[in-house]
Write a protein that binds this ligand. Structure first.
Ligand SMILES: C[S@@+](CC[C@H](N)C(=O)[O-])C[C@H]1O[C@@H](n2cnc3c(N)ncnc32)[C@H](O)[C@@H]1O
Length: 298
């Protein structure tokens, strides 16, 4: 699969869609990451910048963005096709449950990649592990088509389908209580905070009792959050990019509240801090992600 390039110039990236390029290019060569229980401490200037940006996008425009969320993501894939995100080869290292949750070695695992995009998370997993079946859904019809067109896609091992996690019942495509592991990678941040619980409850219904959700997404005070220009703020920790796609930045506390409210138990919930270096510009930017593991009780 084509690999997206690192951004050429980190200073050009202000609240543009290229923020997404910075999403999470973690690889085996990436700089060390540190896991923290507490949020990043802001500098005086950063704090001032965030505090001074209090003007919210109008309610009219916010409603339009919500109505057009699916269209905006679909246009994103029309423009970028499969060339935007890097394949995520780090998932089995960060989430050992992808292998270790088996009761016996040859056990077939059923996975759901909720909000799969063009499959950057699932295809490395399908290549690495013969004993998995993957359900993959996204609300962008183009993204789903790209998944199906991938040479590694085969219906015996993968079922891709279109689904709005906040609105369409996953049970229409997946049997109830049947999924061992759900991956939710940089997806919940794209959903309006008022609707996140709907997506989590939807996933809960298809997850097996004892099954787990592996979550990684933007963390509070990530560099991308601090680069939004005034006029992009939709609400607390919630912003819109120039292309109309939106991004929420999670605190540990809010994430735990969301998942426990939907019936899950929290197993792990920590900030992942790393620095992305742009060698050409000599810039070092602090990235913050939130990485969590949640379980559906037996
Ligand atoms: C940043 S991409 C991440 C894609 C993929 N998980 C990965 O790791 O590469 C976010 C994805 O969430 C999808 N998405 C956003 N809101 C959604 C919703 N309500 N239902 C289903 N998919 C959604 C978008 O279409 C987009 O493909």
């Amino acid at each position: 699969m084509a690999q997206a390039k690192e951004p050429e110039n980190a200073s050009d990236l202000c609240n543009s869609v290229t923020d997404l390029l910075l999403t999470d290019s973690l690889s085996s060569e990436s700089p060390a990451q540190i896991k923290e229980q507490t949020e990043r401490i802001l500098t005086h200037e950063e704090l001032e910048k965030l505090n001074s940006d209090q003007t919210l996008v109008s309610q009219f425009k916010q409603q339009k963005l919500e109505k057009e969320a699916q269209k905006n993501w679909d246009l994103f894939y029309k423009r970028n096709t499969t060339k935007f995100f890097k394949d995520r080869h780090w998932t089995t290292r960060e989430f050992e449950e992808l292998k270790a949750c088996r009761k016996f070695e040859a056990q077939k695992l059923v996975l759901l990649e909720a909000g799969c995009g063009v499959g950057n998370c699932i295809f490395p997993l399908l290549e690495e592990d013969d004993n998995i079946f993957v359900y993959a859904c996204d609300f962008s019809p183009r993204a789903v088509e790209f998944v199906k067109e991938n040479p590694l896609y085969c219906p015996e091992r993968c079922k891709a389908f279109q689904c709005d996690l906040t609105n369409d019942d996953l049970q229409d495509s997946i049997p109830v209580d049947s999924v061992d592991v759900v991956t939710l990678i940089f997806v919940l941040s794209a959903i309006h905070p008022d609707k996140m619980h709907l997506a989590l409850k939807n996933i809960y219904r298809v997850l097996k009792p004892g099954g787990i959700v592996l979550f990684r997404d933007y963390g509070l005070y990530d560099h991308a959050m601090l680069r939004f220009k005034s006029g992009s703020k939709l609400g607390e920790n919630f912003y819109v990019r120039q292309d109309g796609t939106r991004s929420f930045f999670f605190s540990k506390e809010l994430l735990a509240e969301l998942f426990t409210g939907a019936g899950y138990q929290s197993l792990v919930n920590e900030y992942v801090m790393r620095e992305t270096v742009n060698r050409k510009e000599g810039l070092c930017v602090p990235r913050v992600f939130l990485q969590s593991k949640l379980r559906k009780p037996d």
